[in-house]
Design a protein around this ligand. Structure first.
Ligand SMILES: [Mn+2]
Length: 234
């Protein structure tokens, strides 16, 4: 059994399309969509496409799925950029799509050939807002994972891929399909029997042009990000 983990799509339709084509070629039996689906410049296009797979893929919830679905704003202490985008994204979606985002579970567990039981979460096993980064010290990660029985944890949220060992756990960050840092392409992970961290290139020029010509808020920020993914330190 091979499993694809596609995380942090962030409403990037072009990136999602190419990743789904790659996933189809990879002969997987299951796809886990790791949350943060619709927060970004093309929420409706992305959700319309994902809804085609709602009974086929396994979905888990990311922090911004909640923020969009419940229209979090300044009352939650969010800045202008995030508050505006949460509301705009929610306005683009159908009632059914908003209901779907609200219904997502926090985790899923799969048994994968050659690897064993894998726990899939968005942030950390404790919270979809808690970050496990490539350089987070082991002693900070220990309390996040101490009650996890599975030997492998797949997470996302921080948009930078890694594969590291903390204590007796292997932790894999699938990276971000749609809003990647430190990679020139859409990032995802393939598991079974090995773990492959994938970077699928796509036409970022075309994607960013389309965003620039759209009416999405903060469109220049997204268009620039697609062309020049930030190489900030993790
Ligand atoms: Mn997130």
């Amino acid at each position: 059994m091979r499993v694809a983990a596609i995380y942090d799509i962030h409403a990037n339709y072009s990136a999602l399309k190419v990743v789904l084509e790659e996933v189809r070629k990879a002969n997987v039996v299951q796809v886990v969509v790791g949350g943060d689906l619709a927060w970004g410049p093309e929420p409706r296009q992305v959700m319309d496409l994902l809804m085609d797979y709602k009974d086929e893929f396994l979905f888990i919830k990311g922090n911004v799925d909640r923020e969009v679905a419940y229209r979090y704003g300044k009352e939650k202490g969010l800045g202008d950029f995030t508050a505006e985008l949460n509301h705009w994204c929610a306005d683009q979606l159908t009632e059914e799509q908003l209901k779907f985002l609200k219904s997502l579970p926090e985790k899923t567990i799969l048994s994968v050939d050659g690897l064993g039981e894998i726990l899939f979460v968005h942030g950390s096993p404790r919270s979809d807002e808690e970050a496990i980064r490539i350089n987070t010290p082991d002693n900070e990660i220990q309390p996040m994972i101490e009650s996890v029985p599975e030997s492998i944890i797949v997470c996302g949220h921080t948009h930078i891929q890694f594969d590291r060992t903390v204590g007796d756990k292997r932790i894999i960050n699938a990276g971000s399909v749609g809003l990647q840092s430190q990679a020139n392409g859409a990032c995802w992970a393939l598991s079974g029997p090995d773990v492959d961290l994938k970077v699928t290139t796509y036409n970022t020029k075309e994607a960013s042009e389309r965003i620039r010509n759209s009416n999405a808020p903060c469109k220049e920020d997204f268009a620039d990000h697609y062309l020049n993914p930030p190489y900030e330190s993790p």
